[in-house]
Ligand binder design. Structure first.
Ligand code: EPU
Length: 430
């Protein structure tokens, strides 16, 4: 089993190029099912969540070919049955997107209840509510969600709270419904805008993506196109925090600075210098700088993203004084705290609030990635800490970060992926 081994304490310096956005890519790859012709996606990140999406499409009968680095060809005309393979779908939250795309194309879908990071209970009631508003019914049997309709008709969808996944699924169904669909209280994340741009380039008629009211006029056909996925806001933010926590100087390239505004604002409050350019940001901290305590509350876009909370909290363990971090988007996004404590962090958690007493420095330790962003936080902690950190369960990190170890090494960080024999397996074989 491979682990990341990090020898910390070295400022990161140089340039890093950000990959395509995971959360845009998983939606756009699923959206190829709605397209009536082959299409090509560029800037597709090489991460395991995408490999799973591609496997799902292939197992359902689609032709999917890797055409070069980060470029993938899709022809989904070979899909005949709207049934998503059980084990593949169970490992990933974004498999819920196949509900909307298969329903749009076949008027029926069988999709195992989606998995993904364990952030607490992650229901799909709002997704099903949206489908219902457009004329589909649903039931669940043996862990498989089944949605169906005779025809999809445009309708009014009002979400009880802001949800990224259900907004995306409502868009999928609305694109192929007859007439006008209006989605109110829609999520506004950059990947929702990217998905709408992709679908509109194929001939869909979606207006208002990026605001809380999205209007969609259904169309009968979508044509094939070549489309490049936007850069990953969260990967960029992770490298920004990494540069800050190691008191380095890093140019983070291939980004949309507008998407990073909430992260940039918090970093500046903490005492980090962030310079914005057209498609890059430079993050630097002087060696003798003192980080300033700061309070953070996660919010849907354009607020501070929950997907950056563990990384920023890690930086706050190095600040002077007490910071309060509130994250109530998911039930359980503080599981990494127990791991950071092994490295000397002083954090107490009360429900959805973490109280971080700055300790000035962290020390290396064996830790675990408890989920994707928690894993990114461990990498940041390891790079900032004195001594060696060994991170277990790195498959979580590789779900969403392309070549994180080589990108860190290119910045001068001491991080390798190393094989460790499984001690339990050895004991069994004698
Ligand atoms: N929720 C419901 N019912 C629903 C849908 C959502 O109760 O039908 C709840 C969720 O349990 C959660 C809240 O609403 O408490 C918000 O969930 P949302 O639907 O917005 O999240 P998601 O679509 O499941 C996506 C990202 C997450 C990211 C969130 C919030 C993908 C594949 N996942 O999840 O990304 O944290 O939006 O921005 O796009 C990550 O990348 O590490 C990650 C977890």
């Amino acid at each position: 089993m491979d682990k990341y081994v990090i020898e910390g304490g070295k400022p990161l310096k140089g340039e890093v190029v950000i990959s395509g956005a995971k959360n845009a890519a998983v939606a756009i790859v699923a959206a190829t099912i709605l397209c009536d012709e082959p299409c090509v996606l560029e800037n597709v990140p090489e991460i395991s969540d995408i490999s799973i999406c591609l496997k799902i499409l292939r197992e359902m009968g689609a032709t999917v070919q890797i055409k070069g680095k980060n470029t993938v060809f899709f022809d989904t005309s070979g899909i005949i049955n709207p049934v998503v393979p059980y084990d593949l779908a169970r490992s990933m939250r974004a498999s819920s997107y196949f509900l909307g795309t298969l329903l749009g194309r076949f008027h029926e879908a069988y999709v195992p209840m989606p998995g993904g990071c364990d952030l607490g209970d992650r229901p799909i009631d709002q997704h099903l509510k949206a489908f219902k508003s457009l004329g589909a019914s649903d039931d669940m049997h043996a862990g498989i969600v089944h949605v169906q309709c005779e025809e999809l008709y445009g309708g009014q969808v009002y979400f009880d709270f802001i949800t990224v996944g259900a907004t995306i699924n409502a868009i999928f169904a609305g694109v192929k419904a007859k007439g006008l669909t209006v989605i109110e209280n829609a999520a506004k994340e950059p990947h929702i805008v990217d998905l709408a741009n992709f679908l509109n380039s194929m001939g869909a008629d979606i207006r208002g993506a990026g605001t809380d009211v999205i209007k969609i006029r259904g169309v009968s056909r979508l044509k094939g196109i070549t489309y490049a996925i936007i850069p990953d806001q969260i990967e960029a933010g992770t490298y920004m925090v990494m540069a800050a926590a190691t008191k380095g100087d890093v140019l983070v390239k291939n980004v949309i600075p507008k998407h990073l505004e909430s992260i940039t604002a918090k970093l500046r409050k903490i005492g980090v210098t962030v310079e914005e350019f057209d498609e890059s940001v430079r993050v630097c901290v002087k060696p003798d700088a003192q980080f300033i305590k700061t309070s953070v509350k996660t919010m849907p876009h354009p607020g501070f993203p929950t997907d950056m909370q563990p990384q920023l909290s890690t930086l706050l363990t190095l600040a002077d004084g007490t910071s309060i971090v509130t994250d109530d988007i998911f039930e359980n996004r503080f599981r990494y705290v127990a791991e950071l404590r092994r490295m000397g962090a002083d954090i107490s958690v009360d429900g959805k609030v973490a109280i971080i007493q700055g300790v000035g420095k962290l020390t290396g330790a064996p830790v675990r990635a408890t989920d994707l962003r928690a894993g990114a936080a461990m990498v940041i902690a390891g790079l900032a800490a004195e001594g060696e950190t060994v991170i277990d369960d790195i498959f979580h990190i590789e779900r969403g970060y392309e070549n994180i170890d080589s990108k860190v090494r290119a910045l001068g960080g001491n991080m390798i992926r190393k094989y460790f024999p499984d001690i339990n397996a050895q004991a069994i074989t004698g």
